[in-house]
Ligand binder design. Structure first.
Ligand code: APR
Ligand code: PHB
Length: 389
């Protein structure tokens, strides 16, 4: 075999899996379609569950996160003028870490380079074969040359649009989807955060999120119709809309500035079952997509990696197949709970076009209950900081 585990996709899932396997003495090769600069240029979310923080430490990529990340004890949910504080630390004893996914990916590339792991960028036409045979094979084209890679197992870490999920016969897959009738217009701006913790705002004008990367770099979002284009939104229009969705006392503290990045992301919940097909294992966005309202995207990818790296190490080093046989069910059990939480946060905090006044009242009542019920706040906090692996 050319390697033990062939990993399709050099995003956070593929890199973290490879890093943990390499530290356990397992050989890997990563095949990534894009250039490294392109992978690192993607602006993604920035909230890490504590379980993800600990897994990144275990992978030996915790140093910069510790130095530059910000542990947060809680977050705010607002309903027009009402502000509800969710005290993660007080309610669960746990925090979350504010540290951009782009930084996590950069740290993983540096660690993989230090390991000397083979990461091939610019690969094309990846195809996966012999998943029911003694040895699997991945074919790909690099610099115009068709090549093959033989391996014991294949990890499909190639995201929603990758080849891995499509390799599982359609009639063997069950796909579940919910597409939301709105998107998130997000900007990055070198301005100070309006609050020391994130604010998830439900307002009569729609949803808004005040997030951050550091003391002078914010990531802010407003809910927009899917038909909108980023270029329809000047910075002034963005900030005016963002300001009016915040409680007035908070809005009065808002400092605005030019955007250095602006884009619209659609919202979707998606799961594909099973996560395993013979010697192929799906990880992260290749198998599931969450709307960003629960900050679960990267964290779900990390929990898949948590289960799979142990399972593959056991299978390759001890021959015990229990872990790989249980991987799909174990990972899916946690995926569906995070799916539910992300769907709940999305329906609780967004205006749905054409919704009736009863729906609006339901959002108001849900937030009023959160304000009054410590049990309800603890439930939300437990899910937000991350359910146990
Ligand atoms: N061949 C090789 N590489 C591929 C192919 C292919 N056919 N198709 C896709 N890729 C690469 C993409 O270029 C990308 O770099 O696979 C990588 C998949 O990375 P992500 O989409 O970031 O998915 P994942 O690593 O699972 O990370 C999940 O990303 O989208 C966020 O919210 C999501 O935070 C979550 C995280
Ligand atoms: C972000 O910082 O980009 C972010 C934070 C929390 C979310 C989504 C995005 O729920």
């Amino acid at each position: 075999m050319d390697t033990q585990v062939a990993i399709i996709g050099g995003g956070p899932s593929g890199l973290l899996l490879s890093q943990l396997l390499n530290r356990a003495g397992i050989a890997t090769v990563i095949l990534e379609r894009s250039s490294r600069d392109h992978v690192l240029s993607r602006i993604r979310a920035g909230i890490l569950e504590w379980g993800t923080v600990e897994l990144l430490r275990e992978a030996g990529v915790g140093a910069r996160m510790e130095a530059e990340g910000f542990p947060h004890d809680g977050t705010f949910l607002t309903d027009a003028e009402r502000m509800v504080h969710i005290d993660f630390k007080g309610l669960t004893g746990k925090q979350v870490m504010v540290y951009g996914q782009t930084e996590v990916t950069r740290d993983l590339y540096d660690a993989q380079d230090a390991m000397g792991t083979t990461i091939l960028h610019g690969v094309e036409d990846v195809s996966i074969h012999d998943l029911d045979g003694p040895v699997a094979r991945v074919d790909y084209t690099l610099n115009g040359e068709r090549r093959s890679l033989t391996c014991a197992y294949v990890a499909g870490c190639d995201g929603f649009h990758g080849v891995s999920r499509q390799t599982i016969p359609e009639d063997k897959r069950r796909e579940f989807e919910r597409v939301y009738p709105f998107g998130w217009l997000g900007i990055l701006s070198r301005t100070p955060p309006v609050s020391h913790e994130l604010i998830y705002a439900n307002s009569p004008h729609g949803f808004a999120l005040a997030s951050m990367r550091n003391a002078n770099l914010v990531r802010c979002y407003v809910q927009v119709p899917l038909s909108d284009k980023a270029e329809d939104w000047s910075d002034d229009r963005f900030w005016a809309e963002f300001r009016r969705r915040l409680p007035s006392e908070t809005a009065a503290r808002l400092i605005t500035g030019p955007s250095i990045e602006k884009s619209i992301a659609p919202l979707r919940s998606f799961v594909s079952e099973p996560l395993r097909w013979g010697r192929l294992f799906l990880v992260g966005d290749a198998a599931h997509i969450v709307p960003p309202t629960g900050a679960k995207g990267l964290n779900l990818a990390a929990s898949d990696v948590f289960y799979l790296h142990q399972a593959l190490t056991d299978a390759l080093q001890t021959g015990s197949k229990g872990g790989i046989d249980a991987y799909s069910d174990r990972a899916l059990a946690r995926i569906w709970k995070a799916m539910r939480f992300s769907w709940q946060m999305t329906t609780m905090l967004h205006r749905f076009e054409g919704e009736d006044s009863f729906a609006e009242r339901m959002r108001g009542a849900t937030l009023a209950h959160l304000a009054q019920s410590e049990v309800a706040r603890r439930d939300l906090a437990e899910n937000y900081v991350g359910l146990p692996f």
